[in-house]
Design a protein around this ligand. Structure first.
Ligand code: 13P
Length: 265
């Protein structure tokens, strides 16, 4: 259709967190590569722990699967014991990085300003950042979900008219992570609408907004049926090669459906 921008490609991203060894990494990479090859309509990425990044990057080189780090420091180098810079991730073969995951925000006391520095560092190193945001259960119950998510995104967009260019965002309500209690597609869709509004004002039309939090092969279809959901960020189920393959297959089916809907007059 002339004048209609191409749809955003759905992304299935697997965050392995602090899990896995070389044996599991080899199995998961082989499964992700096979799933991605069979689903050319969608993007697939994996986020292994640091010790497995080089192995994953080597195993996935020449496949459609991107490898990313789980966090990066805001500085280029220096005295930051235990930390990894964006440049180091890039050097290890990463193309992307998660920034501001709630587990990092909490366990490493990472505030919004530090998250913004990490996003800037990722971009400077040539990595595609995925900014993770989301409210806690208490914040949702207090009616503050919108305020929290807008604050977390605002800190990254602050003062830069093109700040959302090349950024992807993952909405991961903290109460849904690892709990088996996902948000409903309607809840996700509402928050994605708020986020989309913020991104559009910062040249973020191409930015994808993912949902994360207890995504499974059984519930992914409901999320991807929401037009504002551009993919999923998966924790637990990304460690099971069969489940991860099913997630990619489900995303492919959703992508094919979306393309058919667009062609319909
Ligand atoms: P679960 O899929 O295990 O809930 O984890 C979600 C997540 O935190 C992905 O980054």
């Amino acid at each position: 259709m002339p004048g209609t921008p191409a749809p955003r490609r759905l992304l299935v991203a697997g965050n392995w967190k602090m899990n896995g060894d070389r044996t599991l990494a080899a199995t998961l990479c082989a499964a992700a590569a096979a799933a991605a090859r069979a689903a050319p309509e969608v993007d697939v990425a994996v986020f292994p722990p640091a010790t497995l990044l080089e192995q994953a990057a080597a195993a996935l080189s020449g496949t459609p699967v991107a490898v990313g780090g789980q966090t990066c420091h805001g500085e280029r180098d220096g005295a930051h014991t235990g930390a990894l810079s964006a440049g180091m991730l890039r050097d290890a073969g990463c193309r992307s990085v998660l920034v501001g995951h709630s587990e990092v925000r909490t366990e490493q006391a990472q505030d919004d300003a530090a998250v913004a520095r990490s996003v800037a560092a990722a971009r400077a190193a040539g990595l595609a950042p995925i900014l993770c945001v989301g409210e806690t259960r208490a914040e949702r119950e207090a009616g503050r979900a919108r305020e929290v998510v807008e604050r977390q995104i605002g800190a990254v967009l602050a003062g830069r008219p093109d700040a959302a260019d090349g950024l992807d965002v993952a909405y991961e309500p903290v109460w849904a992570i690892g709990t088996g209690r996902s948000a409903t597609p309607a809840e996700a869709g509402e928050v994605h609408g708020w986020i989309r509004g913020l991104l559009e004002g910062a040249r973020g039309g191409r930015a994808r907004i993912l949902y994360g939090g207890s995504v499974t092969p059984d519930n992914i279809g409901g999320f991807l049926a929401v037009p504002g959901v551009d993919g999923v960020l998966v924790g637990g189920r990304s460690l099971d090669p069969t489940a991860f393959t099913s997630l990619v297959e489900a995303a492919r089916a959703a992508a094919v459906r979306r393309l058919a809907d667009r062609r319909r007059p």
